[in-house]
Design a protein around this ligand. Structure first.
Ligand SMILES: [Zn+2]
Ligand SMILES: [Zn+2]
Ligand SMILES: [Zn+2]
Ligand SMILES: [Zn+2]
Length: 345
């Protein structure tokens, strides 16, 4: 943290970064106060040497030649030690919050055909089991033309708009393709298979253990919603797990930081229930910017019942407009107008 102090003083409401640099400075001062020169000097008797290795097990900032020196020095060191531990915890919590409240990148990325950001709404995109690509509603719907510019018949539209593979005709064929994608370590396919096992659908037996295993695998491969599903499992005790709210929170946070608006929304609800309206609003705003309509509706409700200000609601509307600016396209509008199944915001 190298933010100059001047910036902090000029700014009436200190930014997170400034608070951080203060805490870091204080930690540095505290840690150097106790060990000026070398780490191998006993803080009690001053003895120097490679055998001075017995460090304070609370702050790990001072060393002693033996347990007796450590014990003797304890009353002198206690205040410093406690202050250091307190600031370190504060530092860690602030660092965590800075990471947590960053706007994550779009979870779905861009459509590989039109290169416009994929919509957050499920109906705005299609996962293809042939090539593993996620294609936007506009490109899925768009008519296909031949080299001469003639519109091809409807059967051609059953082809994948990206790789031209023909869509599976039976459920068995679909499952077979999905299994190939799972073997190819496709996070999206692995996550979907997790859902099938969890719900016992699409020809898969209900198996919660298997579902969780797949969610973990998908999450590690970068599927943000998989973290959210693990969070749910711990939060509700479903899927053969004991309820563990702390773990649930941990997985919701991981999902939210990786771009799962659903995980973010859950964190908002949890903060709201705990009475932390400010933190809840921060989560909802980030989710709105990622295109999560429910979060926008929630902020509207909070505004109408007096928990959020008009400015909050205005800001949320603006963030949603910014999101729409990224995902709107003529082709997608045409698809949505032609068929509800291509509705994308
Ligand atoms: Zn000593
Ligand atoms: Zn200590
Ligand atoms: Zn597209
Ligand atoms: Zn394909």
């Amino acid at each position: 943290m190298s933010t100059p102090n001047k910036v902090c003083k000029d700014d009436a409401s200190k930014s997170d970064v400034c608070v951080m640099s203060d805490v870091t400075d204080m930690l540095q001062q505290l840690s150097t106060a106790d060990n000026e020169d070398s780490m191998s000097v006993c803080a009690n008797c001053g003895k120097e040497g490679s055998d001075v290795t017995n460090s304070c097990n609370k702050c790990n900032q001072v060393k002693y030649c033996n347990a007796a020196c450590k014990k003797k020095h304890r009353h002198k060191h206690k205040k410093h030690c406690e202050e250091y531990v307190r600031l370190a915890a504060e530092n860690a919590a602030e660092l965590h919050d800075i990471e947590l409240f960053k706007q994550p990148p779009s979870q779905h990325g861009d459509c590989p055909i039109c290169f416009i950001q994929l919509p957050a709404l499920d109906s705005g995109r299609r996962y293809k089991t042939c090539c593993g690509k996620v294609i936007c509603s506009g490109c899925t719907y768009a008519p296909v033309y031949d080299n001469q510019g003639n519109k091809l018949d409807i059967i051609k539209q059953n082809e994948c708009a990206f790789c031209r593979a023909v869509a599976p005709k039976t459920n068995e064929e679909m499952i077979k393709r999905e299994k190939i994608r799972v073997e190819a370590n496709d996070a999206k396919a692995i996550y979907n298979q997790g859902i099938y096992y969890s719900d016992g659908i699409d020809g898969y037996p209900q198996d919660y253990v298997k579902a969780l295993e797949l969610y973990h695998r998908a999450a590690e491969l970068g599927c943000a919603n998989a973290y959210c599903s693990i969070g749910y499992a711990y939060d509700t005790g479903r899927r053969a797990l004991e309820v563990d709210k702390k773990k649930a929170n941990h997985y919701f946070e991981l999902g939210a930081m990786k771009g799962s608006a659903m995980a973010r929304y859950n964190l908002g609800i949890k903060e709201m229930n705990a009475g932390n309206v400010d933190r809840a609003l921060k989560h909802y705003m980030i989710a709105v910017r990622s295109g999560h309509n429910n979060s926008l509706q929630t902020i509207q409700q909070l505004y109408s019942n007096g928990h959020a200000t008009k400015d909050d609601y205005t800001k949320a509307l603006q963030l949603y407009q910014d999101y729409l600016g990224e995902i709107k396209s003529k082709q997608r509008d045409e698809a949505a107008a032609a068929d509800d199944q291509y509705c994308y915001y």
